[in-house]
Design a protein around this ligand. Structure first.
Ligand code: SF4
Length: 239
């Protein structure tokens, strides 16, 4: 089954910019951005990020405020700060053997960097990959990582898999099945997450009086280290 998948990937695999490098820093940047943001939105931001900070050392030397500004629009801003902290840690101590010791790097991101950049024998398993393994009943090797991502993103879709064009159809016991709709993602519009994003955008433009801002959002952002309230408590700035 894996042979069928790899042959399909050779022909249909997506040409993504982070697949043209084995630089662990570049792969880490892409994986952190991709954690909660779609591929199409990540591509231009990834390219801009690497142009601005092409190395771990360059990112480590940046200010948190610049990192937060550059992250604007990608969502879940804490990821940008974590990436910055990770760069500072790597610049000071080198890459840890266990990548999950880096801030913001969970088991999946660690496995992705280990596989795609460092060539380690570990399969990164996200929802796409586990779905395909469940449906096919096959355990794929680390060599199938990128191919599984693409199959999950373009063919073996969560709700209506496109079995008619699937390279694994001849060997897949789930071929032709339909699945229940996924639970809808909670709405962003009107949510506290949106209030936080709006507040951070305002502060990223320029420092603001606390009285002009959503206080609950400021408090939550300050707890995450994304903004700083001046000691006198009247102005809010980036850290
Ligand atoms: S045959 Fe259908 S269910 Fe099986 S892996 Fe392919 S797309 Fe997924």
């Amino acid at each position: 089954m894996e042979g069928l998948l790899l042959a399909w990937f050779t022909e249909h695999g997506r040409d993504l910019p982070w697949r043209r490098t084995r630089d662990p820093y570049a792969v880490l940047v892409s994986e952190v951005m991709l954690q909660q943001t779609q591929v199409e939105r990540v591509i231009p931001r990834y390219l801009a990020w690497l142009e601005r900070w092409p190395t771990v050392a360059a990112l480590a030397a940046a200010s948190p405020a610049d990192v937060i500004r550059e992250w604007q629009g990608l969502g879940y801003n804490r990821r940008g700060l974590n990436l910055h902290c990770a760069a500072r840690r790597i610049a000071a101590d080198g890459w840890p053997d266990d990548l999950t010791e880096l801030p913001g790097v969970g088991p999946y991101t660690a496995a992705a960097v280990a596989n795609f950049a460092l060539g380690r024998d570990v399969l990164p398993v996200d929802t796409n990959v586990s779905r395909i393994q469940e449906r096919t009943g096959h355990r794929f090797s680390a060599a199938a990582g990128q191919a599984l991502m693409d199959l999950g993103a373009t063919v073996c879709l969560a709700r209506i898999p496109r079995c008619g064009v699937c390279p694994l159809a001849s060997a897949c016991p789930s071929r032709g099945r339909r699945y229940e709709p996924l639970r809808k993602q909670s709405r962003f519009e009107g949510s506290f997450r949106q209030r936080r994003a709006q507040t951070l955008r305002l502060v990223a433009e320029s420092e603001r009086p606390l009285s002009d801002l959503d206080r609950d959002a400021v408090q939550s952002l300050a707890q995450d280290g994304l903004v700083r309230v001046a000691p006198c408590g009247t102005f809010v700035t980036l850290p």
